[in-house]
Design a protein around this ligand. Structure first.
Ligand SMILES: [Zn+2]
Ligand SMILES: [Zn+2]
Length: 99
């Protein structure tokens, strides 16, 4: 059983990683036009200077690109489930005072 779950993590990994920061999704957020996903902070920052999807160049909402992204609860749950310890790590990081 262990081997199976490890293989699963490996094969799912590419789908759980944000292309903008190369890390696992934190607060996964999906572009509704093309269903590509990113960390919330990554895509919000990216959209300050662009109106296009970083992966496929689809055009987002022209004046308010944030209208074209949605928090992805299902993906978030999936990431936390598949990547052991990520949720605890992220919560620990958030509880630290901002430096
Ligand atoms: Zn990211
Ligand atoms: Zn896209």
């Amino acid at each position: 059983m262990k081997e199976t779950s490890r293989t699963l993590v490996k094969s799912l990994n590419p789908h759980l990683v944000c292309v903008l920061c190369a890390g696992y999704y934190i607060d996964p957020t999906t572009i509704v036009e093309c269903l590509h996903s990113f960390c919330r902070s990554c895509i919000v920052k990216y959209l300050e200077t662009s109106r296009f999807c970083p992966i496929c160049d689809v055009q987002l909402h022209k004046t308010r690109p944030l209208l074209s992204i949605r928090r992805d609860k299902i993906l978030e749950r999936l990431v936390y489930k598949i990547v052991p310890g990520l949720h605890a790590k992220e919560m620990a990081r958030r509880s630290l005072p901002n430096t």
